[in-house]
Design a protein around this ligand. Sequence first.
Ligand code: SAT
Ligand code: MN
Length: 582
Amino acid sequence: MRALCSPVSVYTCDGSREEFDRIAQEMVLKGTLVPLNEKKRPHSFWCRSHPDDVARVEENTFICSRNKEHAGPTNNWKDPLEMREFLQELYRGCMQGRTMYVVPYCMGPIASPYARIGVEITDSPYVVLSMYLMTRMGKEVLARLGDGEFVPGVHSVGRPLKPQEKDELWPCNPANRWIVHFPEDREIWSYGSGYGGNALLGKKCFALRIASVLGRDEGWLAEHMLILGITNPEGEKKYIAAAFPSACGKTNLALMQSALPGWKIEAGGDDIAWIHFGPDGRLYAINPEAGYFGVAPGTSMKTNPNAMKTFEHDALFTNVALTEDKDVWWEGMDKTPPSNLISWRGVPYDPTAGLPAAHPNSRFTVRSSQCPAYDKEAENPYGVPLSAILFGGRRSGTVPLVTEAFSWAHGVFMGASISSETTAAAKGEVGRVRHDPFAMLPFCGYNMGDYFAHWLSMGKRGDKLKLPRMYMVNWFRKSDGQYLWPGFGDNGRVLKWIFERTSDKASAKKTEIGYVPETLDLSGLHLQQSHLDELFSVNREEWLKEAKELESYFQLFGEHMPDALLQELRDLEKRLLATDSL
Ligand code: SAT
Ligand code: MN
């Protein structure tokens, strides 16, 4: 890679704090990082990206399996040999004038038998700092690796420097971005972007796209899921994993403080879960990551106090606004923006201009162990046993607050049926409803139809009584443009019902689409009865439309679409059409 990319020097990261400080200091001198107020937010930095490099780029993301069909209809594909030839030319000299950093990192607790090692080569010091916060990185990883296997990844901002040329604050190459995966070779090549999941190769590229392929081949699951622990007032603890598309509140749910007194929620992970069968036949989840890369706007002491406390120090903020006294701000942190803000574009913020001070996909990057609600069990090498799996999306209509699946296959059908309004986490139009099966549309490294089959096969391997129950949730249902459900801490009410269902202690009503709560603990919450009715309502007309729509979506997968899911769809339609089906 050194011969190909021609960096000025090569540096292997040891993962120490001294190293972090040294690299951060270099970036401060260059102007890319601004140190925040030491008194208010110690050891933290503000960073702005290039205005065209602010999110994942799905149309530039490729799964280059040998056979196009293995990438499936939802992924971009190019022939791997042609792609390799193309990349050889693209990367030639791409790191000129820059340092090549070698970042050994471990996804999962170092001692975990389920952990996997990656080595990322990058010419972005921002990526190095982010990997330090987001993963276990450096010397200890090399020690564990020995001469074992690792997933190689190369990342370049794609902006070679000529001799004497002055660098940009956020070098990148928006016109020429490539996020490329070779699933058979377990290899990642990323070019042109320095932002988030495009550039921190351990996250979406490895822990989801490559890992999903490993999971298929080895009999486990790599999922776009948060992990949380929930303890009832009697001290019994259970674990829940939940899949939602990007920027739909995974971090808020994982770090939540329940509105119900006595119910404790602890945060395991906020984005990714690797799920394996344990020796007792239950499904266990580890969080491959060690940090949060969370959406900043909307995060406040009201919506997510634990997140606010997590990034009180040792945090990196990207594309948020900067206050006069060198602290951070974003829309939703409090009602009125402080005066003399600097916007994410680096200019004085003009509240009358109608543009946000912080970019909608602006982020905080911080170690998860700093969270006051951090679940120590997140370090358990064997993971935590799952009692329930939730699937959700951002849907203003049709989908009730919570529905329990009839069976594993029905739960897989629910996962496959997720649709959600698009968010600022990916480049493109925001607010358009699209299918996002298992919240994995941008992250599945192989044919999505085969992925559905893999989920079904996991259920077949498991003992029905030990498998987690499955749920579909929707915090985002609206009436007259207003959210019907307060969300955030009040989602703890839904988690309580789920907790008690998994102990067969809560009652449910059967509907055409699954079980819904007979009663939900609404103590202390004052909602209009009509709103409550609407939250739980199953409208047959709407659901028949939903089913028709799914039928045509599933056709996309052709031969790869499992019959069992088509059967689930037919069963759903039958229940909807029958007048006395229940
Ligand atoms: O992919 S990112 O890590 O940039 C964020 C997300 O989409 O979940
Ligand atoms: Mn995510």
